[in-house]
Design a protein around this ligand. Structure first.
Ligand SMILES: Nc1nc2c(ncn2[C@@H]2O[C@H](COP(=O)(O)OP(=O)(O)OP(=O)(O)O)[C@@H](O)[C@H]2O)c(=O)[nH]1
Ligand SMILES: [Mg+2]
Length: 136
């Protein structure tokens, strides 16, 4: 009986999960975007002061819950030495959605774009490539 109720509870309250990769040049505002998103959408998240956000060395991971969706953001450092991490083959399993730096400010519309349809329990959203180079 416990298993049945527990399964029902999980089924009713589980969220669709999406993986979102944020790429952009250094100082584009990727980490600020992630912090703002967490502050805006995660109720008990204590906002980090802008002045404490420093350049990302490696990767930041943050989770944001929006309605029935759970967005897991990967914020990659944009410095030149780290740009080798952008090779999309490294992320092919995740099929990430790539945000343009110019979109890096949290709006609910952008987050809705990141989670188009809650049809599966764990999936990634993929934006169309911006140039022919990216399709190679
Ligand atoms: N005016 C303005 N400044 C911003 C905005 N977003 C970020 N910044 C500032 O830009 C600087 C760099 O922001 P970050 O979020 O660290 O940039 P980043 O893209 O994560 O940089 P890397 O980690 O080096 O790749 C910080 O001083 C931010 O306060 C914005 O929308 N408007
Ligand atoms: Mg950063």
């Amino acid at each position: 009986m416990y298993t049945l109720l527990s399964g029902l509870y999980k089924y009713m309250f589980r969220k669709d999960e999406y993986c979102v990769l944020i790429l952009g040049l250094d100082n584009a505002g990727k980490t600020t975007f992630l912090e703002q998103s967490k502050t805006r959408f995660n109720k008990n998240y204590k906002a980090m002061s802008f002045s404490k956000i420093t350049t990302t060395v490696g990767l930041n991971i943050g989770t944001v819950d929006v309605g029935q969706a759970r967005l897991m953001f990967w914020d990659l450092g944009g410095q030149e030495e780290l740009q080798s991490l952008w090779d999309k083959r490294r992320w092919s399993r995740a099929k990430p959605w790539v945000a343009s730096p110019s979109l890096c400010w949290p709006t609910s519309r952008m987050l809705r774009l990141a989670c188009p349809s809650p049809t599966s329990r764990r999936r990634s959203a993929t934006a169309p490539p911006r140039s022919a180079d990216e399709t190679a």
